[in-house]
Design a protein around this ligand. Structure first.
Ligand code: GDP
Length: 207
C-alpha cells in the first residue's frame, strides 16, 4: 500500500461537522503525547499532516483527513486499484490538566462518534511501549471491546527501548489490558518501523 494523497478535510466538535462524503474510517486514539501525530505523519509520509505539538491536550476536535491508498497485493504484486478513506484523529485522552467537566463532554462526544460512525473500520489505539498502560488506556480499551469496536493496539516509540525490553513490555501491556492473545504492533515513527505492517492491516480493511 502506498498513500498517494492526503489532505486535511475537517475538524468536528459536533456531529453536523463530520464530513459529508461517506468513506471507510480508520481511527487513531491515544493519550496525549503518545506519539499519535508523529505516527500519522510517518504512516502517510505527509509531513505536517497532523501537527506534532509540544502542548499536550490542546486538540479537542475530531480531525478528518482524506487519504488515497494505492493498493497492491503483497504476494502477487498485482495492482488492486485506489481507495479513498478517512484517517480520523481523535483528541488525546487522559490529560490531567483538562478539567473534569471538559473530560466528560469530550468522552460523550467521542463515545458517540465511535458508536454511531457507520463506516468505522477499526480503531488504532496507541500505547507508549516504555510504560505500563495507564488506567485511562485500559478503560478506553475495555470500552472498545465491550462495544464491539475492532481495535488494534500499536505500541509507540519502539526505538526508545532495546529488543529484550520490547518483548517484556509488550507482554506487560497485554497483561494490563487483560487479554492474552491480542497482537500488539510495535511502531517507531523515527525509524518508520511497523509502518508496512500497519499499512497491510489498513489494506485488508479496504479491499
Ligand atoms: P501526540 O501528542 O500523541 O500527537 O504526540 P506527538 O506525535 O506530538 O509526539 C510526542 C513526542 O514524542 C514528540 O516529542 C515526538 O517527537 C516524540 N515521539 C513521537 N513518536 C516517536 C517515536 O516513534 N520515537 C521517538 N524516539 N520519539 C517519538
Amino acid at each position: 500500500v502506498v498513500i498517494t494523497q492526503g489532505r486535511y478535510i475537517a475538524s468536528a466538535v459536533r456531529k453536523d461537522q463530520y464530513p459529508e462524503r461517506e468513506l471507510p474510517e480508520i481511527v487513531f486514539i491515544g493519550r496525549s503525547n503518545v506519539g499519535k501525530s508523529s505516527l500519522i505523519n510517518s504512516l502517510t509520509r505527509i509531513r505536517g499532516l497532523a501537527r506534532v505539538s509540544a502542548q499536550p491536550g490542546k486538540t479537542q476536535t475530531i480531525n478528518f483527513f482524506e487519504l488515497t491508498a494505492k493498493l497492491r497485493d503483497e504476494k502477487t504484486g498485482e495492482e488492486e486499484g485506489r481507495k479513498d478513506f478517512y484517517l480520523v484523529d481523535l483528541p488525546g485522552y487522559g490529560y490531567a490538566k483538562t478539567g473534569k467537566e471538559r473530560r466528560k463532554i469530550w468522552k460523550k462526544f467521542i463515545d458517540e462518534y465511535l458508536l454511531t460512525s457507520p463506516n468505522l473500520q477499526f480503531v488504532c489505539q496507541l500505547i507508549d511501549i516504555r510504560h505500563e498502560p495507564m488506567a485511562s488506556d485500559v478503560e478506553m480499551f475495555q470500552w472498545l471491546v465491550e462495544h464491539h469496536v475492532p481495535v488494534l493496539i500499536v505500541a509507540t516509540k519502539a526505538d526508545k527501548i532495546g529488543k529484550n525490553a520490547r518483548q517484556k513490555n509488550i507482554a506487560a501491556i497485554r497483561r494490563a489490558l487483560g487479554v492474552k492473545e491480542i497482537s500488539i504492533l510495535p511502531y517507531s515513527s523515527v525509524k518508520n518501523e511497523g509502518r508496512s505492517d500497519l499499512l497491510d492491516v489498513i489494506r485488508e480493511t479496504l479491499v
